[in-house]
Structure formats: structure tokens, C-alpha cells
Design a protein around this ligand. Structure first.
Ligand SMILES: [Zn+2]
Length: 110
């Protein structure tokens, strides 16, 4: 008997949903995406709005939620990491190789 698939997350873009699906796949969880058109959500721009549901088997539901929560926390950590420019002391967001203020190259001090 097939297990009832459960929607564990809803995304506003297919890209985000695919990213989450990849994360689950890495964790060994089979998931699939289900596009749900939102009634009456034809935007002012005229573009079609849709939501994408990320679904997993009921048995994987709990684990999938945990995996996504961990991933989210890790992403938040990363974006919160700033480095201090050794030359002028400005806070430079992670991912930048040079200081936005004085353009000094930053040491990889991680
Ligand atoms: Zn600087």
C-alpha cells in the first residue's frame, strides 16, 4: 500500500523547491515537487503565480523536516558571518574577497 505523501514545505518558486529537494536527496530522502497554482493569484505584473509543494512519504516526514531545519539554520549562520577588514576595520559580509570600503584583499580567516 502506498503511503500518503505529506507536504512538508511550500515554496513560492520552483528554484527554491528544487534546492530543498536536493538537500533532502543528499540526506537520502526521496521527495517530489507538486505545483499548486494559487487561485486568484495572477499578479499585477500578469505573471503566473504558483506555489510549489515539497512532498515526502509520511514515514520520512519527521526526518525531512529536521534536515530542512538544519539546512536553514546553517544558511542563516553563513549569512550572519562577517569578517573584519584588517586594513580599515569595516565589517565585510562573508563571500566577499575584498573590502567594500577600502578594497583591501581579505585574508581567509576562517
Ligand atoms: Zn577595508
Amino acid at each position: 500500500m502506498l503511503q500518503e505523501p505529506k507536504t512538508i514545505a511550500t515554496f513560492s518558486s520552483e528554484e527554491e523547491a528544487h534546492l530543498a529537494a536536493n538537500v533532502l536527496q543528499d540526506a537520502g530522502i526521496v521527495s517530489y515537487l507538486e505545483e499548486a497554482n494559487v487561485p486568484g493569484a495572477l499578479g499585477l505584473s500578469g505573471s503566473m503565480m504558483c506555489e510549489v509543494n515539497l512532498c515526502v512519504a509520511e514515514a520520512d516526514q519527521q526526518r525531512a523536516r529536521e534536515v530542512l531545519a538544519r539546512e536553514k539554520a546553517a544558511a542563516a549562520d553563513e549569512s550572519a558571518t562577517t569578517r573584519c577588514c584588517p586594513k580599515c576595520g569595516a565589517d565585510v559580509a562573508a563571500g566577499f574577497d575584498v573590502c567594500w570600503s577600502c578594497e583591501a584583499p581579505l585574508e581567509d580567516a576562517t
